[in-house]
Design a protein. Structure first.
Lengths: 113, 111
């Protein structure tokens, strides 16, 4: 079975632009979570979606938004990019939304110049 | 804010030695999980220990949990160069569903 997949792998954007990151969960997993990992730190929770509904939101500005599709894939959108948004964006899937083990994709490396 | 904090921040050992990493957390938890990350790539789930468990083993990994001290430890026995990675503890604090990660321990195993 395929693991969690994310696209693109790398992305370079300019300040003020908008970006969309994509994630496909493991087959059968209904929950998708997004994390931001800045170099040298642990991942920071951004969003969790379960059955297409937002179930949790971390301490991120409204420039960050996400959605989950009927096939449980997900997109993370970031508007008005800032230099500080440069990070590794990780998607994780799990069977449910109850804080059990999560399975991470390889991440999307976003660089904002 | 960080729920979990790992200690030490960095650890360097020789192949074959044991590596011990510690994690402290702040609020009540239902479970605590350990993850490994190789060189800025995706995280790999290693082990989950529930709040009513005190010790758990998986291969060369041994995890302990002391809820009275709000701390956990991860022991890797007979370390290998391939164990070189960052190790994170993560908890879903209280009734929250998302994971809150610490800042990680960078383990280097020298051949």
């Amino acid at each position: 079975d395929a693991g969690v997949t994310q696209s693109p792998t790398h992305l370079i954007k300019t300040r003020g632009q908008q970006v969309t990151l994509r994630c496909s969960p493991i087959s059968g997993h209904k929950s998708v979570s997004w994390y931001q990992q800045v170099l040298g730190q642990g991942p920071q929770f951004i969003f969790q979606y379960y059955e297409k509904e937002e179930r949790g939101r971390g301490n991120f500005p409204d420039r960050f938004s996400a959605r989950q599709f009927p096939n449980y894939s997900s997109e993370l959108n970031v508007n008005a990019l800032l230099l500080g948004d440069s990070a590794l964006y990780l998607c994780a899937s799990s069977l449910d939304s109850k804080g059990h083990e999560q399975y991470f994709g390889p991440g999307t490396r976003l660089t904002v110049t | 804010s960080q729920q979990g904090e790992e200690d030490p921040q960095a650890l360097s050992i020789q192949e074959g030695e044991n590596a011990t990493m510690n994690c402290s957390y702040k609020t009540s938890i239902n479970n605590l999980q350990w993850y490994r990350q190789n060189s800025g790539r995706g995280l790999v789930h290693l082990i989950l220990i529930r709040s009513n468990e005190r010790e758990k083993h998986s291969g060369r990994l041994r995890v302990t949990l002391d809820t009275s001290k709000k701390s956990s430890s991860l022991l890797i026995t007979a370390s290998r160069a391939a164990d070189t990675a960052s190790y994170f503890c993560a908890t879903p604090p209280g009734s929250a569903r998302q994971l809150t990660f610490g800042s990680g321990t960078q383990l280097t195993v020298l051949p």
